[in-house]
Structures are given as structure tokens and as C-alpha cells.
Design a protein around this ligand. Structure first.
Ligand SMILES: CCCCCCCCCCCC(=O)SCCNC(=O)CCNC(=O)[C@H](O)C(C)(C)COP(=O)(O)O
Ligand SMILES: Nc1ncnc2c1ncn2[C@@H]1O[C@H](COP(=O)(O)O)[C@@H](OP(=O)(O)O)[C@H]1O
Ligand SMILES: [Mg+2]
Length: 390
């Protein structure tokens, strides 16, 4: 096999939020829910964890053929250019792929394809509707969230389910499906949210690490109870269950140990905890996305009674973090977590007393107008302790 140019895989994932629908009103006045999928216990990376839909980018996501399908002027097809700095994932040139699509397009296409493969949901739009969304970008209001409701799909469920299996085996068929449906991936409905790089210390089997683009997508319609092309999660596949939960519901399920959520997804759910309406979340996410996006690689500090995952901006974050992990995969201390938290002025870290007890501690000002995580624990018990007053 040809050596990979980077010691990690490039991936995309989407925080998919939808209003109302299945399960009735959410607790504590939150009017939306987020899609969480349970990974197979056989996965080589984060087995049995609950994650957002997503996966590794395929060469097909970078195919210049997409330029013949997507409306709007190439190369960006109407995506708004960013004012702020770009994460390396988006800025990278990929000469090995020939005439490749820019990362902005390719990682959105990857997230949309993976959402279909893993959850059976098609984030597609009619080309006219997409054109209108592109034009709305220039208005001060910003775009209305637009994703095609399930009843508008021109193929019956069983046929879509068959397409889903084919795309899982061969990602390039996603473009063929879009052509067959006369619809386009709704790349304009995805806003850049964040970018996490798995540190070497937390790599999965075979050293699996991921540089993952996190997008936000707010659906205009209610959470679909019956996704397109799949009425049941495929119990034997990569994903073994699908659920829609509000951020605080997900947090409660984590605390009661009904589900396990990895630290980056936990952090992002705590950020969503700031928003009680889909409207506010959508407005914030689509405006903020223009400011820029920083890649975060947590630096793992192993203390005597647990781990601290230090994030950029924290006073303990190294000036020159070891991205490959060849020099120093982890920092170690014989101190206890409590001692390492005392008297700290600039906090941006996650504390893991064990994998089931995660808390976020942050008092820094986020870059690029992003928002700090918020306390989701009403009882202030053993779980998350965001915005800690330490
Ligand atoms: C004593 C104290 C012990 C503490 C132990 C703590 C152990 C904590 C272990 C934490 C492990 C991690 O978080 S490691 C960090 C894990 N999270 C991420 O990297 C964020 C983005 N990843 C994803 O969305 C998916 O994994 C995706 C790449 C799409 C999957 O792709 P596939 O679908 O292609 O598999
Ligand atoms: N039935 C199944 N059970 C467990 N894992 C599966 C699976 N079908 C596919 N996968 C794994 O899911 C990963 C592909 O996910 P995605 O398309 O989201 O990137 C691959 O993992 P590897 O990373 O181990 O190759 C693949 O092996
Ligand atoms: Mg996946």
C-alpha cells in the first residue's frame, strides 16, 4: 500500500439538529434534538460510542464530477468565502487526487454521504431551491434552513434502501444516486463548526487517528421518525442504533451510563447546551462559520488519578504541540487532578476521572466568535462541570 501523506485519516461529521417531532417536547424548554448514532461494538475506533453521523473522506468526495451536478459558480458553488483563518483540512492542496474539489465542498459531501450511509437520511435539495439558498446568502437575513422533506423524494423506500447498501460498498455511487433523483447534496445547509484531531495517545486499533471537520446542519422540518431508505437501523452494520436527543437528554443518558460519548462529542453537546431554540442555534452557527475555524488537538496529561485533555488556550497547552506524537505522546504528572486544577487562570480542558466521568472546564474567550460549553447538569452532581469557578 502507498504510504499515507498524513499520519491520520481525514473525516467529516455533522451535528444534525431537528425541531419537535419524535418523542414530544424535550425537557428544560429545548425545542430541538440532535442525531446520535451508536457505533458497532466491532468498530476499530471508539467501539459502542455514541457519535454524530460521519466518517472518512473518500476520493469520490473530491471528484471534479460534482462540479457538473452542483449549481452555483465553481470552485465554491456559492459557499460563502471565510473571513478568518482556515483549518489545514480545508486549506490543504491534494495533488495526489488530480483536479480535486476544494475541501470546503468535499468534506460537506463526505458528511452528507455518511449521513445517508449511516442513518439513511438524505440531506438533499432541489437544484432550484439550492440556487435560491445561494442567492439568500447575500441577504442580511442569511439562508433559511432547507432540506428536502422525506415525502418529496422521487424513489420509494425499499429502492432507497438498496441504494444505501450500494453507496456503503461504493461511495462513488452517491453521485449516481443524486443524478438519478435529480437532486443535489445540500452543502449550503452545513456550517463549519469545529475541527478535532485525535491525539496519538487516544488512537484506536492500528493507530487510527482522524482529522475531523464538524459541521452544523439545522433541519427545517421535524426529526424524521422514518429516515429515507431505512426504517430500522441496520443492527448488523457499522451503526447499531439511531436516536434523537436534546443536549441535556444526551447528557443525562451519559451520566446514567446508558450511553458513552467521547470527549470531543461531549464538548460539542455542551456547546449546544447554550441554545434552547433551533432558530438561535441556526443563526449563531451560520453567522459564526464565516469567522474561521481552528484545529484542536487535545494534549493528554496523565495524572495520578485520571486524565486531563488540555485544549488550545489553556495555560498548560504546549506552545509547540507534538502533532505526530513521536516526541512525546502524553504528558505525565504524579500530581492528582485536584492539584493540577488549583490556581489556574486560563482554563480550557476536559477532566476524565475515568472514561464515564467527563467534565469540561473553561473560562477562556473562544477564538473566531465561538461559544464556550455550558453546564448541562441541573443537579451539579458528578457529571459535567462546565464554566467551572475553580
Ligand atoms: C484513569 C482515567 C482513564 C481515562 C481514559 C480515558 C479514555 C478516553 C478515550 C477517549 C478516546 C477519544 O476520545 S479519541 C477522540 C475521538 N473523537 C474524535 O476523534 C472526534 C471525531 N471523530 C468522529 O466523529 C468519528 O470518530 C469519525 C472520525 C467520524 C469516525 O469515522 P468512521 O466512521 O470511519 O470510523
Ligand atoms: N458491519 C460493520 N461492523 C463494524 N464496522 C463496520 C461494519 N461495516 C463497516 N464497518 C467499518 O466502518 C468503517 C467505515 O466507516 P465510515 O464509512 O463511516 O468511514 C470502516 O472501519 P475502519 O476504519 O476500521 O476501516 C469499516 O470497516
Ligand atoms: Mg462512520
Amino acid at each position: 500500500m502507498a504510504p499515507r501523506s498524513r499520519p491520520w485519516r481525514e473525516a467529516a461529521t455533522v451535528l444534525l439538529a431537528a425541531g419537535g417531532g419524535a418523542g414530544g417536547a424535550s425537557p428544560r424548554g429545548c425545542d430541538y434534538r440532535v442525531l446520535l448514532l451508536r457505533r458497532s461494538p466491532r468498530s476499530a475506533f471508539m467501539p459502542s460510542a455514541h457519535v454524530f453521523p460521519g466518517g472518512v473522506a473518500d476520493a469520490a468526495d473530491f471528484s471534479p464530477e460534482w462540479w457538473t451536478v452542483l449549481p452555483g459558480p465553481a470552485p465554491l458553488c456559492g459557499l460563502r468565502p471565510k473571513r478568518g483563518p482556515r483549518a489545514p483540512l480545508f486549506a490543504a492542496e491534494r495533488p495526489e487526487l488530480g483536479q480535486a474539489l476544494p475541501g470546503d465542498l468535499a468534506f460537506r459531501l463526505c458528511a452528507i454521504r455518511e449521513t445517508f450511509e449511516e442513518a439513511g437520511l438524505l440531506l438533499l435539495a432541489e437544484p432550484d431551491q439550492a440556487q435560491a439558498a445561494i442567492e439568500a446568502f447575500s441577504s442580511s437575513e442569511g439562508p433559511a434552513p432547507c432540506v428536502l422533506p422525506p415525502e418529496r423524494l422521487p424513489l420509494p423506500g425499499p429502492e432507497l434502501a438498496e441504494w444505501r447498501r450500494r453507496v456503503q460498498r461504493q461511495p462513488s455511487l452517491f453521485l449516481a444516486l443524486c443524478r438519478r433523483l435529480g437532486l443535489v447534496p445540500n452543502i449550503w445547509a452545513l456550517s463549519e463548526w469545529s475541527n478535532w484531531l485525535t491525539p496519538r495517545a487516544l488512537a484506536g486499533k492500528g493507530g487510527r487517528r482522524y482529522d475531523t471537520a464538524f459541521f452544523l446542519c439545522c433541519l427545517a422540518h421535524a426529526a424524521p421518525e422514518h429516515p429515507h431508505g431505512a426504517h430500522e437501523p441496520d443492527g448488523d452494520g457499522e451503526v447499531t442504533a439511531c436516536q434523537w436527543s436534546s443536549p441535556s437528554e444526551a447528557f443525562e443518558l451519559f451520566k446514567s451510563q446508558d450511553i458513552w460519548i467521547a470527549p470531543p462529542q461531549f464538548y460539542e453537546l455542551c456547546r449546544l447546551g447554550n441554545f434552547s431554540t433551533l432558530h438561535d442555534l441556526h443563526t449563531f452557527g451560520s453567522e459564526r462559520a464565516l469567522e474561521g475555524c481552528e484545529r484542536w488537538m487535545p494534549v493528554v496529561l496523565v495524572a495520578s488519578d485520571g486524565q486531563i485533555h488540555i485544549l488550545p488556550g489553556d495555560e498548560l497547552y504546549p506552545e509547540d504541540p507534538d502533532l505526530t506524537g513521536e516526541r512525546k505522546p502524553v504528558l505525565t504528572s504524579n500530581k492528582k487532578i485536584e492539584e493540577l486544577m488549583k490556581g489556574v487562570k486560563k482554563l480550557h480542558r476536559m477532566v476524565l476521572r475515568d472514561p464515564r466521568n467527563i467534565s469540561v472546564h473553561v473560562n477562556i474567550q473562544q477564538k473566531y466568535k465561538h461559544i464556550n460549553p455550558r453546564l448541562l447538569d441541573s443537579k451539579n452532581g458528578n457529571g459535567a462541570d462546565c464554566n467551572s469557578k475553580l
